[in-house]
Design a protein around this ligand. Sequence first.
Ligand SMILES: [Zn+2]
Length: 367
Amino acid sequence: MPSHRTHDEGNSAIADLLRALASVEAAPPLRAKYLEAAVAIAALGRPIAALLRPDGSLEPVAGVSPAAARVVVEIVTTGSSPTVERALARSRPPARSGRAPAARDTFLDDAAVAAMLADPTLAGPSLADYRGDLQMHSTYSDGSQPLEAIVATALARGYEFAAVTDHGYGLPVAHGVSMARLDEQHREIDGLNAAHAGRFRLIKGIEANIRPDGTIDMTPPELRRLEIVVAAPHGALQSQADQTARFVAAVRAPGVHILGHPRGRKRGVRAGVRVDWDRVFEAAARTAVAIEIDGDPRRQDIDHVLARRALDAGCLFALDSDAHATDEWAFADIAVAHARLAGIPCERIINCWPLDVLLEWAAGLRA
Ligand SMILES: [Zn+2]
């Protein structure tokens, strides 16, 4: 996915808004402060979003006054700035459109991902800490990769394990795999694992669907046949209704290990569900269900902003590519970049655990 955008795209958008704010600010000292902050942020060598503290304040940046920092925090956390919008609305005629960078600001492009992976000041996981991918799709459902290709690609990336998580039978639109086909897949996995014993381990997984009422579309006996269950929403994603109860129910459902692409957002398509995430994270922390950072560049779900709140709630995390093809495995790097921005320590990331620890945790949550 080649990109010609620079890593400071978000910074430029924020600097533009601060310049717009300066242009309608009547008081010269304040106007100068906003302009100075715009220059400082545009010249910053990393996304200013990375400087957001867990308590919602901004780390000090030279040239960014407290008033400017307040605007930055508004934009970074919500995608828009009521302060700027109010100031522009008051001015006649409006100096600029004043459109905020919106939610896309939390999407990282290739250059931003590379910068986050290389930034030694970030406390989160490195690629070397990452032992295996826990969401991917094979030719058994809607993926293009046979199981042998999954093993070969995992070995080439230096992984110790990978979970095959094809869609379950409840999602025929994604060629969900029947329980009979799943038995065939498990026999094939057993053969591959025997061939790579001590070196690499395929994990028997599934991506089950979370129904709109929060129940999982597979039975507990079916889920017990799997080692890792990713539960993810694939419907009612455009609804404007509050769906907190749906997601709290999903992380409390027996047999669920990972809450997959929780928001259901898709870049340029939909913003995702309306949920009180702090309540879902609190429930997930209690049940030890991992919150996924899905690295698909169109998803990036959850992003680093929400991930910090999940971290504060005490959650575990899964960082996954959601690869449907062998050339999509690098999507995991995008998830790692978000985890670094959020400062998630390795002990909270199940992909960074030794295989035996991972399997022990998984067995403890089995339906
Ligand atoms: Zn999915």
